[in-house]
Structure formats: C-alpha cells, structure tokens
Design a binder for this molecule. Structure first.
Ligand SMILES: C[S@@+](CC[C@H](N)C(=O)[O-])C[C@H]1O[C@@H](n2cnc3c(N)ncnc32)[C@H](O)[C@@H]1O
Length: 426
C-alpha cells in the first residue's frame, strides 16, 4: 500500500495504537498498522474515536465518543491538518463545551477511575481472577468473592476500559500487567497491599471542606474509624500501605545512605512500621532497631516476622513521650515528620540527636515542599488525618536540624518526588 506524505507521518501513531490495542488484549493478535491506515482512510471520524480510546486507555484519560482528548486532537492536527476538523466540531456539538473545558471532565473522570480501581482491589476482583487462566464470568467471580453478581457485572467493564482486565465474550481475565501488580500477591511487583489505605484516605478526602473550615481532622472521619473497626484492623491497613513501598525505592534509599555513612554498624529506625527499611539495612550487615508505638510493634513482630529476625531488635515506645534508646551510627526517620507539627518535629529531632553516636548521621525521608510536587498533595492527607501534620521545606528542615544539634545538611532525591534530608551530628 502506498502511503501519502501525511499518512507516513501518521504511521508512528498507528504503530503506537497497534501496541496499545495489543496490550489491552494480550491474547488477541497485534493489529496491523496498515490495516488501521485503511480503516482511517475509509472512516476518519470513527477511527479518531478509536485512536482516542486507545490512547485514553493507555493514559487513563477520558475515552469514547464525544470526548476526543484535547492533546490527541492537537497531535493529530499537527500531523494531518484537516483530518480532525470533523471530529472537533462533532465532539464539541455532542458535549456542548469548549475544548478547554475538557480538562474539567478529565479531572472528574480521573477521580472516577482512581476510586473505581482502588475499590475493585478492595473488593478482591484482581485476587479473585488470579489463576483463572480462561477468565471468569461475572457470576463465577461473584461466587468466588461472595459478592452480588449484578454489581460485579457492572464493575468489570469499566476495569476493561482502564486496561486492567481484558474481556472475551462474557468472560473477564487479568492482563499480564494486572496479574503482576494487582492479582498475584507473590509477585515482586505486587502493589495491591497499598490500595486499602488509598481508599481509606479517599473517604477522608471527601470531608476536606470540614477540615478546611476547622483546621482539624473531620470528626466524622475520626468517629467512623473508631466505630467501624478495632485498632488491629487499622494497624493492619496502615502497615500494609507502608509495606507496599517498592523494593527499588527501599534499596535506593539504603544505597544513598550508605554512600555517605562511612562504616556504620547500627541503625535506629524511628517510627519504623513494618520494618522493611530496617531489614534492607540488616541485609547490608547493620544491626537494626525498629522503634514504633507498642501496639504497632506487637503487630509487626508477629505479622511481618520481626520477632524471628535475629538481626533486628524492636522497641515499643512513643517517640514524643518516651526516651529513645542509644547509641546508634544512623537514625532513619522515614515518612514520619509529615505526621508531626513543626513543634513536635523539633522535639523528635532533639531526641534523635541524643540517640546518635558522636559522628552520627540522621536521615529524614519525606516529601520536601518546593522540591516534590507530591508534597503539596500529601499535606492534604495530613490535614485530614492528623492534628498538626504537614509537609515541610528545605528551609524548615535546615532550621530544625541546626537548632537540635546537626550540621552539614544535604538533600537528595530518592525519586523526583521523594527526598532524603541527611545531616551529621555536631
Ligand atoms: C507513615 S509510617 C512510616 C513507617 C516506615 N518508617 C516507612 O517509611 O515505611 C509512620 C510510623 O510512625 C509511627 N508513629 C507515629 N507516631 C508515633 C509516636 N508518637 N511514637 C512512635 N511511633 C509513632 C506509626 O505507628 C507508623 O508506623
């Protein structure tokens, strides 16, 4: 088939569409880009929708007729002037809004999509489909989950649209990617453990107007938490969320710290939760001590095997109220300061200073405001969940560290939106 110049420009686009369609249904055959081109010639409008649906599926943007994402329209306009005019006017007349307004729709749809994905994990959909090689019908899955068949039948198609499942006839199955990340708890990429905490936080998020009015966690959220569940369920969810941190992030943290720590022998993991950071340091030969609230320590000793790990000690204590043990070469304070007010952070850092050896290193892991985009978002969760928590700037950390006996502060990125603030005892 001879391509026009404009069609040649479209070819990379069509290759990407073919890829995306193959990913949506890994069992189906990979569509031939040339066949897509023929389809595009015969019905450009319909196929723009197809293209937009494929790209929307890749990026979780709005899909479907009447909502061709703006950036895809723009990309197509650049590639093939004129080809999109019909689609644009059609899209506008159907949705009666300007292209600029689509971003509001995208925000709404992004919220719908993320809640649906988290809720599906919580409902057990992905774990339920794991192992069913030929897929399951909604009724079969509902029976496995002890759930309502009609509800499961309504929940599954949106998950196909999100690219998290594939569908053949009336059967639904995991994609290869969703098996690894959400279906198989034994997979190293499994991320399903953190979704319960995500969904829990989303519930709190709907009460943000109350928190904005009072500056405090909404009472409804607090009373709901204490009525609905015992402390153990809340600890289990919180620890599962913490333990869902990808191994790569933990390893990179350990690398960045050890590059700067000389030859450390001991580490105190302050508010260490499930102990996966302590364990990674223990793997490198350090003796690690995990300190957390007594009820959390009881839980993680049992559920995360810390009681059986000879390289790891545990201490149950309140790090604001009780003395901290000493004397350590490194103190790790990871994902903790955002839960505290500035005053509480200073109290904690002063105590940590007391628990370090003469040439000790403090490592604070958090989202640093001004450097991490996520810091702005994460502070909202702290507004909803804690009395005084927030995310803090480099200048905040520098002032607290200087005041509590540390110097030579350095900030490094573990990931673009996660930082380590490190400083030495003076
Ligand atoms: C967000 S988690 C971080 C866990 C772990 N450091 C990590 O990065 O995965 C914060 C931890 O601090 C603990 N924590 C909060 N306030 C505390 C306090 N006053 N005393 C002791 N531990 C506390 C919590 O129980 C929780 O395990």
């Amino acid at each position: 088939m001879t391509e026009t110049r404009e069609e040649a420009k479209l070819r990379p686009f069509l290759e990407a569409v073919a890829e995306s369609r193959a990913r949506m249904n890994p069992r189906g055959s990979r569509p031939d880009p040339s066949a897509l081109l023929v389809a595009l010639r015969s019905g450009p409008l319909e196929d723009l929708y197809l293209l937009s649906a494929c790209f929307a599926n890749l990026d979780l943007l709005p899909a479907g007729k009447g909502e061709v994402p703006d950036r895809i329209l723009r990309a197509l306009t650049d590639l093939s002037p004129g080809a999109t005019e019909g689609a644009r006017s059609d899209s506008l007349s159907r949705s009666r809004m300007s292209v600029d307004d689509l971003s509001l729709n995208e925000l709404r749809d992004a919220a719908d999509r993320s809640v649906t994905a988290a809720a599906a994990v919580e409902s057990g959909v992905f774990r339920g489909l794991h192992g069913a090689e030929e897929g399951l019908t909604p009724s079969e899955l509902a029976a496995r989950l002890d759930a309502d068949p009609r509800a499961v039948g309504i929940l599954l198609p949106p998950l196909v649209r999100l690219g998290l499942l594939w569908q053949e006839g009336d059967r639904f199955a995991l994609t290869e990617e969703s098996r690894r990340t959400l279906g198989d708890p034994e997979s190293p990429e499994y991320a399903g453990g953190g979704m319960g905490l995500w969904l829990h936080n989303l519930r709190a998020w709907t009460r943000l107007p109350d928190a904005v009015a009072t500056g405090r966690p909404p009472e409804e959220i607090q009373s709901q938490a204490s009525e609905d569940e015992d402390g153990r369920a809340a600890i289990a969810r919180f620890m599962a969320g913490m333990a869902a941190a990808p191994a790569e992030r933990v390893e990179r943290t350990v690398d960045l710290v050890l590059e700067r720590a000389g030859e450390p022998r001991t580490l105190l993991d302050v508010g260490g939760g499930p102990g996966h950071y302590a364990r990674a340091f223990a793997e490198r030969g350090l003796r690690a001590t995990v300190l957390d609230r007594p009820e959390v320590i009881d839980f993680v000793r049992e559920e995360y095997g810390l009681a059986d790990d000879e390289r790891i000690d545990t201490v149950g204590a309140d790090f604001l109220e009780n003395p901290l043990p000493g004397s350590f070469d490194i103190a790790l304070v990871n994902n903790v300061t955002h839960m505290l007010s500035p005053e509480q952070s200073r109290v904690l850092l002063r105590k940590v200073r007391g628990s370090l050896e003469g040439d000790g290193l403090i490592v604070i892991g958090d989202f640093v405001r001004g450097r991490s985009e996520r810091a702005d978002w994460f502070a909202l969760i702290m507004l909803l969940r804690t009395e005084g928590g927030n995310t803090y700037t480099e200048a905040d950390y520098a002032a607290w560290l200087e005041e509590t006996g540390f110097g030579e502060m350095e900030v490094v990125d573990v990931e673009p939106d996660r930082q380590l603030v490190m400083a030495r005892t003076v």
